[in-house]
Design a binder for this molecule. Sequence first.
Ligand code: ZN
Ligand code: ZN
Ligand code: ZN
Ligand code: ZN
Length: 301
Amino acid sequence: MSNKLNPKRREGPITTGTSTTSAGNTSSAANTSSSSSSSLSSAGGGDGGMSADLTSLFECPVCFDYVLPPILQCSSGHLVCVSCRSKLTCCPTCRGPLANIRNLAMEKVASNVKFPCKHSGYGCTASLVYTEKTEHEETCECRPYLCPCPGASCKWQGPLDLVMQHLMMSHKSITTLQGEDIVFLATDINLPGAVDWVMMQSCFGHHFMLVLEKQEKYDGHQQFFAIVQLIGSRKEAENFVYRLELNGNRRRLTWEAMPRSIHEGVASAIHNSDCLVFDTSIAQLFADNGNLGINVTISIV
Ligand SMILES: [Zn+2]
Ligand SMILES: [Zn+2]
Ligand SMILES: [Zn+2]
Ligand SMILES: [Zn+2]
């Protein structure tokens, strides 16, 4: 086979089938474009190399992202991606006018080419038809992690194994407690406005971030949201369950759930009240001198 003579090609598996996609995506392997894509690959001798040659034709000259359908060209035939196009007044290649000329031939080629995931720099080996690309990238296991601290002030992002290092370097004020059963003490819960309390808990060889967030829902009405996220992947989070409990004065309020992965973050869970939610009156029932202790228990499922 000629492939053996071609060790330079690093595009990975030569097969056109299922194995390159990451977990959870294998069902999409068969699709209507497979027959025509195999005819392209037989001409090129190895789908990987041929696809790589073709994908480079789709590179936007401005941002180097891919130009995907609907594909529009300038009057001389140059392509530019949709998002760059909206910011430009002329073709970046020839300075000619940006006419609304559809390039159906390129669109057809695009449906027969597999594009690498945009997180390939983070180790993703998936290559996808363009219609599945965005959906994959949103749930891609290799998507970089964002800083898990609540509030959008920290812009850090990177691989999972550097998250703890980042927290220890840049968020030194966060305290860590060891053990599966701890008390998360939030002080001065009566502080006005939106406030976040954060702390780390280490157990079972993992780190968890406990978040208590106070939001003003509408004029003067404040709500508290308490949630636990794992410094780990969604898959790892499935192994755990956390319990939050307010307890005192012969009252008890409990919430139990699977921890969120920091890959998803807690913002959407808080927005959907998929966490321990209580208002200021309830907080007062359990608070002591403006300090609120939340019992946090983490266990393995
Ligand atoms: Zn672009
Ligand atoms: Zn042009
Ligand atoms: Zn990916
Ligand atoms: Zn950060």
